[in-house]
Design a protein around this ligand. Structure first.
Ligand code: KIV
Ligand code: NA
Length: 265
């Protein structure tokens, strides 16, 4: 199989082919997602919530992200693997940012990194890109700034924030980012950004008129149940599937129905 690269994604935008992206944090699920034909696997810092049960993405460490990323890289034969730079590993210090990015690339074997923010992180983005590491931007609702925002509601509904978002997107493109994630912004604004930029814009809660879509795997599979934003479509109800399977197993063990004759040596 031919590996998806940042150049493949650029060509997809030019040809009008939408980019599919999902998160994965471990070998087994990454292997399924990759074999199903996903274009990009994001080792998101949403692992902090989904894998570790934290309330926000802030606590996850660089070492933990590298552990998740290396598991995903071993599974992905075709997909481009992008890894989130965790909170505290890049903000406000470009040499630390570069060091963190190099650790992710070197220790996990991933293909690119993702960072939240615009103008504020410009220096770090430029420095990482100059080391030959592809960078994906992330604007709109940036969960590492949740304590600044106060809520997880839609961003850039007001003119001033929308204007800054467009400026930031242009800055990230000028720096040389290969793509940008736009999270939870009005669809018209997202469409406008996707139209203005020549690099792919991948949306989550950003409407259909962008160059691709990303969702958190555990959310779209219905493993998580208590997270129900408007933008989330559930493609399976694994919560029920797993709950029923485990309940049946317990019943069979208690009833000495499992293991039966053919399941014993
Ligand atoms: O961490 C994550 O899962 C993400 C996506 C929601 C874009 O950043
Ligand atoms: Na993230």
């Amino acid at each position: 199989v031919k590996r998806v690269t940042t150049h493949t994604l650029q060509a997809m935008k030019q040809n009008g082919e939408k980019i599919s992206m999902l998160t994965a944090y471990d070998y087994s699920l990454a292997k399924l997602v990759d074999a199903a034909g996903i274009d990009v696997i994001l080792v998101g810092d949403s692992a902090s919530n989904v894998m570790a049960g934290h309330e926000t993405t802030l606590p996850i460490t660089l070492d933990q992200m590298i552990y998740h990323a290396s598991s995903v890289v071993r599974a992905a034969k075709r997909a481009l693997v992008v890894v989130d730079m965790p909170f505290g590993s890049y903000q406000g210090n470009s040499s630390e940012a570069l060091r963190s990015a190099i650790r992710i690339m070197k220790e996990s074997g991933a293909h690119a990194i993702k960072m939240e923010g615009g103008a504020e992180i410009k220096e770090s983005v430029v420095r990482i890109l100059s080391a030959g590491i592809p960078v994906m931007g992330h604007l709109g609702l940036t969960p590492q700034s949740i304590y600044k925002f106060g809520t997880y509601s839609v961003r850039a509904k007001e003119e001033a924030e929308a204007k800054k978002l467009i400026e930031d997107a242009l800055i990230l493109q000028e720096c040389g980012c290969f793509a940008i994630v736009l999270e939870k912004v009005p669809r018209q604004l997202a469409a406008r950004v996707a139209q203005q930029l020549h690099i792919p814009v991948i949306g989550i809660g950003a409407g259909p008129n962008v160059d691709g879509q990303v969702l958190v795997l555990h959310d779209m599979l219905g493993i998580t149940k208590d997270f129900n934003p408007r933008f989330l479509r559930r493609y399976a109800d694994l919560h029920s599937v797993i709950t029923e399977a485990v309940a049946q197993y317990i019943k069979d063990v208690k009833a000495v129905d499992f293991p039966n004759e053919s399941e014993s040596y």
